[in-house]
Design a binder for this molecule. Structure first.
Ligand code: PGA
Length: 240
């Protein structure tokens, strides 16, 4: 696990885009799973700006959705696919044929989870993964406790996740209670992972993820055991 500490949120965006540029130079058609949430948005904006300046070719990426609320249509304002589309897929010019969804509104969510796992395995797993860190140590919606072999599945959100996601949607009553998440097994097998963390409110959980015991009660702590993980944090989240 490599720790990369930068001064502030602006620098986080630049450092994340540098990480991505190096990965794209090695493999332009990399498979990638990408988080929504506030933290990685600065990285995505910087990637889009570099692409607009002709510095980065992103259109060959093959993108996988990380998580989805259960029962929401893609045009629901709370759809995480919609958020991923607006922040990553569209500004980076990735054709929809290169995107694998995790459709939370499918009539048989169990079957779509199994199909998603097969699609990731058929693609050879994830080359790249960009993740945020939940206040309860979740990765995607792998809520505590999540063992490292947990597959893609339906999950009940914890009160902590519901509370922290309320700010995106205008109140806790707006947050769906169940979700689909890409499994721990696939995330921990990604060949390169960027965990992006910002803000003093993440300081305690980040310390436990990086220095604490590896435990299902903090799913992100399993990143200590995964290959080529870069923890990219600002000073507010890590300290000096
Ligand atoms: P945030 O969300 O980036 O908006 O803090 C992270 C998460 O809950 O995974």
């Amino acid at each position: 696990m490599e720790l990369l500490i930068v001064d502030d949120y602006e620098a986080l965006g630049r450092a994340g885009a540098d990480w991505m540029a190096a990965a794209l130079a090695a493999k332009p058609d990399a498979t990638i799973v990408v988080a929504t949430g506030d933290t990685p948005m600065g990285v995505y904006r910087e990637l889009a700006a570099r692409r607009a300046r002709g510095l980065l070719e992103t259109t060959h990426l093959r993108v996988f959705q990380l998580d989805a609320y259960l029962g929401l249509a893609p045009d629901d304002r709370r759809s995480l696919y919609g958020w991923m589309y607006r922040s990553f897929i569209e500004p980076l010019g990735i054709p929809e044929v290169n995107v694998v969804r995790l459709p939370g509104d499918a009539s048989d969510p169990g079957a779509v989870c199994a199909a998603y796992d097969s699609a990731v395995r058929c693609a050879g797993g994830f080359d790249l993964s960009i993740l945020g860190l939940g206040p309860n140590g979740h990765l995607g919606f792998n809520e505590p406790p999540s063992p490292p072999d947990a597959p893609t599945r339906i999950v009940d959100l914890t009160p902590e996740s519901i509370a922290s996601n309320a700010r995106y949607w205008g109140g806790t009553d707006q947050v769906p209670r169940r979700a689909l998440t890409c499994g721990m097994d696939l995330l921990l097998a990604a060949r390169r992972t960027l965990l992006v963390v910002s803000g003093a409110h993440k300081r305690d959980i980040l310390y436990r993820v990086v220095r604490g015991p590896v435990t299902p009660d903090i799913p992100a702590s399993y990143l200590q055991t995964a290959p080529h993980v870069t923890v990219l944090a600002d000073r507010a989240a890590w300290g000096d």
